[in-house]
Design a protein around this ligand. Sequence first.
Ligand code: PLP
Length: 422
Amino acid sequence: MGTGLLTDPFPRVDGRIQCGGIPLGELAVEFGTPLYVYDMERIRRQVGRFEQAFAGAGVLIAYSVKANGNLALLREIGALGCGADITSLGELHRARRAGIPASSIVFAGVAKSEIELTRALDEGIYGFNVESESELERIDRLAALMGVQAAFAVRVNPNVAADTPHEYTATGHDATKFGVPIDRARALYSWAADRPSLVARGIDVHIGSQIVDTAPYLEALDRVLGLVEELRGAGVGLEYLDMGGGFGISYGDGAGLDIEALGRAVVPLVSEAGLRLVIEPGRSLVGEAGVLLTRVQYVKRTSGKTFVIIDGGMSELIRPSHYGGYHAIRRVDTRLDRHVERVDVVGPVCETGDFLARDREIDMPDPGELLAVHTAGAYGFVMASNYNARLRPAEVMVDGGEARLVRRRETLDDLTRLEEDL
Ligand SMILES: Cc1ncc(COP(=O)(O)O)c(C=O)c1O
């Protein structure tokens, strides 16, 4: 099923979890904790899997930079032939610095500023995924001023209920700020038809994140392809259909989306419509390839609870406290047996909401032991903060049997560098 087809990037060998043949314990000693560790080989295989599953539709894999924007990782992903789905000037900067060509970048987001639009027009990106009438008007005006043509796709909100694990990760229904209802999308394309600075290149839909079922994708595509047909009848011929991302992975508490099954269903629909397929996977490319490596500081027992207190928390990985995200947590070295206990795994931040697991049965660690927080390659480091004046962790990439520091740990100087000390 789904991503389970691939081998575990963090196998346990003789009791110790490894990444690319290197024991995580060695990485913790060399680079310190908390530490993000990414397995590049796993990412490479995921890219290959997407390429194969969607090959029949001339797919552009526009990696969703928001999931993990580390430059080294982006450079590797770009070198595999992927483009980028970006959502800000900063992500455009990252993608371009990593060598991803502008011609394979799509730009989503409801609040694109004039500065962001101008820079993206200047670069000549593949398409703006337009989220409102006023945004398209703004793009038209700026493109005319700059004397360029802007290629766009309307992000259609198909009003599909996708079963995502949390309300914050559903985007394809009427009550969210994303996209344009189908009727208004039609009107936007016909308005743009008379504007010499605008080129309708595609159509876009993204229904949410961590979706493990193919049905909502097919429902959304059905609606979008209906509109494509109508537009063609009205003389608006499009080049691509961007079906967004959101492909669910296994966090250890259930199966991920069956990518191959999705490919089998989607490719014929899109290619029969004469369109090129664009997909925007984020989590599904990098999520399972990462762990957050942490060290246990204390074990604290109160009358009703046991707390395993580790050196990383919501400031390093906010998913559990932000939207109830589940991450499997394992002792890195199990050569010594321990009993299983029901605990809360909590971090150092002064918030009751600072936890990585609650009421979870785990193999009870001793203080000083390492814990691996799994499936942390997506929406991990990118959402890390300096709250409580904590230093953001280092990131290491393992590839070809070697570990490379791809972002150093922040220092106390980094913490105050941008402030005036009067
Ligand atoms: C427009 C768009 N595309 C792609 C993604 C990537 O989603 P995921 O990382 O779940 O694949 C997101 C996530 O929020 C998104 O908003």
